[in-house]
Design a protein. Structure first.
Length: 107
């Protein structure tokens, strides 16, 4: 997938994933990687930024497999942001699909 496409969709995908349930970083990477090929190092700076912007909150939870894990939870503001991004994405992709269809007709 085109890197610029990934960058444009990643924030929305992360926020939407966290609407489903709270997740720790590695778990979130695996969930997002099902639809967008990403590396673990890509997600952590985004999580930090989204936390700083109050779209996410984090908390520690004990783990049976090592040290406590940092979980991320979407905030009310984060849910609003996710809805806004989803609406923009749908409008954008609809316009692109229409443009492609028009170009194919005239080809």
């Amino acid at each position: 997938m085109n890197v610029q496409f990934k960058k444009g969709a990643l924030e929305m995908v992360v926020l939407l994933a966290l609407i489903k349930r709270d997740m720790y970083g590695y778990e979130l990477v695996n969930d997002v990687a099902k639809i967008i090929a990403i590396k673990e190092g890509t997600i952590y700076p985004l999580l930090k930024r989204l936390t700083n912007e109050n779209y996410l909150e984090s908390y520690l939870m004990e783990s049976n497999e090592g040290p406590p894990r940092k979980y991320y939870k979407i905030t009310v503001l984060g849910r609003e942001r996710a809805a806004e991004l989803k609406k923009e994405w749908q409008k954008f992709t609809k316009a692109i699909k229409a443009f492609i269809k028009e170009c194919e007709k005239n080809a």
